[in-house]
Design a protein around this ligand. Structure first.
Ligand code: C2O
Length: 469
């Protein structure tokens, strides 16, 4: 019996209650064969470790070819799968990670079903250790090639978005919202990009561009391996490093109704089920810088994952800029945010876990997302050439949107959350801690070789907050 089928029938269709009873029985030894299957659950591997005839790669190619050949009446058809994303993907909110996790799981099941390879595990592209788009995605006639890409073969992703120190810093965020994007009410609300989504995720989309640059991005086969890397990093953050997800029932009990299983039938997926996938349904080859396994037993892990934590982005003090600012490509716009005297020093010296969080909100989408944004503190003369070793450098984020979103009324405008604590600490150590005012410089930088001239972004809300978590 394929354990994924078992989970489908018993649990995912009937909700978390049945899932609970089953897993309990499992750990008590009530289902020996399941325990064995779980121990040998498919391992999603790094493409860089695969030969070109690796069964996971050839199956992936075969699956893409077969999905493209399915009639448009079939929900498993390649373009129909991408349409699910276009119509329903949550971005800039806390459903980003679980939604894409479920999307990948059902995609992987479809690949297994269509190819007959029940052992197939979706590969991932580790852009941290291999920042060049792998060669397996290139070549005319190759099902994994997408001719619409805006980057040529051999281009390398910018380490300030995907490099080990940046990813390690993101994985070091202990607050779920800063790591995984902010809480929201509706699936497609923009409430705030966390650092995983706003930095490497958005960057890879915008940089590759073409199909990847907008909401039909799953048309590019690289999409699935990009999101698999993100899923692996969530596993590292949540399971290896034991950072808790939110236990808010508006999140854990939320149901996605957008997916189709391997037979093309509609499924309903509860967020809590997706949280448990990585301990029951698949595992990963290590993907994170400095990865170590979890110190918990599986039983402890399951309890930990189910429990989550009452996560809050607890803003003790907030300092807002009362005006909107506009930035042109290649030139910084500076928001001078007045803060209480001494408040940053207290945050640096206090014993409580205080952090300085920057919110860049009410961001107006420009026409194209052909650029990314650098953030500097208390340095106003920055250019695209300013060194990122400069102690004033505080982080970078990128955009990912579809132009159709211009018309998506009622979803709000995106916001980006950046933990600027490390930058403030560096400035403090250099004896230049901002006093009474923080000059926030936002610098839009066009992607190399891309036409972004004349574009501007307007930021309606800029806030420096002291947060405790
Ligand atoms: Cu919903 Cu990276 O895409």
């Amino acid at each position: 019996m394929d354990h994924t089928t078992f989970f489908n029938r018993r649990d995912f269709l009937k909700g978390a209650g049945a899932f609970g009873a089953m897993t309990l029985a499992l750990w008590q030894g009530g289902c020996d064969s399941c325990a064995n299957q779980i121990a040998h659950r498919p391992k999603r591997r790094n493409i860089a470790n695969m030969a070109s005839n690796d069964p996971d790669l050839t199956t992936y190619q075969d699956a893409v070819t077969k999905m493209k050949a399915l009639p448009t009446s079939d929900h498993r058809n390649w373009a129909n799968q991408a349409q699910i994303h276009y119509d329903h993907c949550p971005h800039g909110n806390w459903w980003f990670l679980p939604w894409h996790r479920a999307y990948l799981l059902y995609f992987e099941k479809i690949c297994r079903q269509l190819t007959g390879n029940s052992q197939f595990a979706l590969p991932y592209w580790n852009w941290t250790s291999n920042p060049t788009i792998p060669n397996v995605f290139w070549g005319n006639g190759n099902p994994l090639f997408d001719p619409n890409r805006g980057v040529p073969q051999g281009s390398t992703a910018d380490p300030s978005f995907v490099g080990a120190p940046v990813i390690d810093n993101i994985l070091g965020q202990t607050n779920f919202f800063l790591f995984a994007s902010n809480s929201a009410v509706n699936q497609r609300d923009f409430s705030g990009y966390g650092m995983l989504e706003g930095t490497p995720h958005n960057y890879i989309h915008g940089w590759i561009s073409g199909d990847m640059g907008a909401f039909h991005s799953p048309l590019d086969p690289i999409f699935w391996t990009h999101h698999n890397m993100l899923d692996c990093l969530w596993v590292d953050w949540n399971i290896n490093r034991n950072n808790p997800n939110s236990n808010d029932v508006h999140w854990t009990d939320f149901q996605f109704t957008d997916f189709f299983d391997e037979n093309g039938n509609s499924v309903t997926v509860e967020v809590m089920a997706t949280i448990l996938y990585p301990i029951f349904l698949y595992q990963f080859e290590p993907c994170a810088p400095n990865e170590t396994g979890s110190k918990m037993s599986n039983k402890q892990l399951e309890r930990f994952l189910r429990a989550g934590a009452p996560v809050k982005l607890n803003f003790l003090k907030r300092f807002e800029l009362q005006q909107s600012i506009t930035a042109e490509m290649g030139k910084p716009t500076v928001g001078a945010v007045k803060v209480e005297e001494g408040v940053l020093r207290q945050a640096m010296e206090g014993t409580a876990n205080q952090h300085v969080v920057l919110t860049i909100g009410d961001v107006n989408f420009p026409d194209k997302n052909d650029f990314f944004v650098r953030v500097f503190l208390d340095k106003t003369d920055v250019t695209p050439q300013t060194s990122l070793e400069d102690p004033h450098y505080a982080g970078s984020f990128a955009m990912f949107f579809d132009n159709s979103m211009h018309d998506m009324a009622g979803h709000g405008k995106p916001a980006y959350l950046v933990d600027v604590t490390p930058a403030i600490r560096k400035l403090s150590q250099a004896g230049s801690l901002p006093q009474g005012q923080v000059d926030v410089s936002l610098l839009p930088v066009p992607f190399p070789g891309r036409e972004a001239a004349g574009q501007r972004i307007t930021i309606g809300h800029l806030e420096v907050a002291i947060a405790q978590y």
